[in-house]
Design a protein around this ligand. Structure first.
Ligand SMILES: O=C(O)[C@H](O)[C@@H](O)[C@H](O)[C@H](O)COP(=O)(O)O
Length: 222
């Protein structure tokens, strides 16, 4: 396992923001555009706060989520809301946002149009992922209705309903995540460290994060 251990959470958030900005800059040296996928949830906010002022050509960066909860942007469960408030501000306000949610009533209905927008920015240049203590990553949850499709299918986006997720979700598939040029997983706390170590010994069906661990740099602080 490729794991970087940091002295504390604050150091990790600053260092990781620098690493991500460096990878985006490097991508922009050889490509017209870079695509950058980020998680929602409670962990990444401070990374976004550090990253949004990074000196890079944000106008050539496509920002998207690794997964979205099917709730309106006015909900405090909305990952889009988090990204708009904490990442797409300051210099990063120039970036182009690729939504994983639209006005369709369900993620299943919304999928076809969203897949088209996503196709234009693949393969992903840089991906940052989060992980839950139940070893889900993005919204690829253990026990989810479309787990096989998300882990083994060639679809890029999958609609998901899972016992561990309070609302329907939409998620990038393992297929898309594995094709990313640079991939990072950020986790905070003892529980998640133990969970990721355990995941490395399990199958992706038991521990979905296991599907993307090879080639991923894990960033951890207590
Ligand atoms: O929308 C989401 O919930 C996420 O993208 C999800 O995969 C998240 O990264 C993990 O659940 C960790 O969440 P926390 O950072 O809140 O622990």
């Amino acid at each position: 396992m490729n794991l970087i251990e940091y002295a504390d959470g604050e150091m990790m958030m600053i260092s990781l923001a620098n690493i991500l900005a460096g990878e985006l800059r490097q991508t922009l040296q050889t490509q017209d555009f870079a695509s950058f996928a980020v998680p929602g949830g409670t962990t990444p906010g401070p990374i976004f706060d550090n990253l949004c002022s990074a000196n890079l050509d944000w106008a050539r960066v496509h920002v998207l989520l690794t997964d979205e909860r099917w709730v309106p942007e006015s909900s405090d469960r909305s990952n889009t809301r988090l990204v708009r408030q904490r990442l797409l501000t300051d210099r990063a306000g120039e970036a182009q946002y690729v939504p994983l949610r639209n006005d369709a009533a369900t993620p299943e209905d919304g999928l076809p149009a969203l897949r088209e927008g996503l196709a234009a920015v693949l393969p992903l240049s840089v991906v940052l992922l989060g992980m839950g203590a139940d070893m889900h990553t993005a919204s690829i949850f253990p026990g989810a209705d479309q787990l096989d499709l998300a882990l083994q299918g060639s679809d890029t986006l999958v609609a998901m309903r899972a016992p561990g997720a309070p609302e329907p979700r939409i998620t990038l598939s393992a297929h898309v995540l594995r094709k990313a040029m640079n991939r990072h997983l950020v986790i905070l706390g003892r529980d998640k460290r133990e969970a990721v170590e355990r995941a490395a010994t399990l199958t992706p069906e038991e521990a979905p994060v296991a599907a993307i661990l090879p080639g991923t740099t894990i960033h951890w602080a207590e």
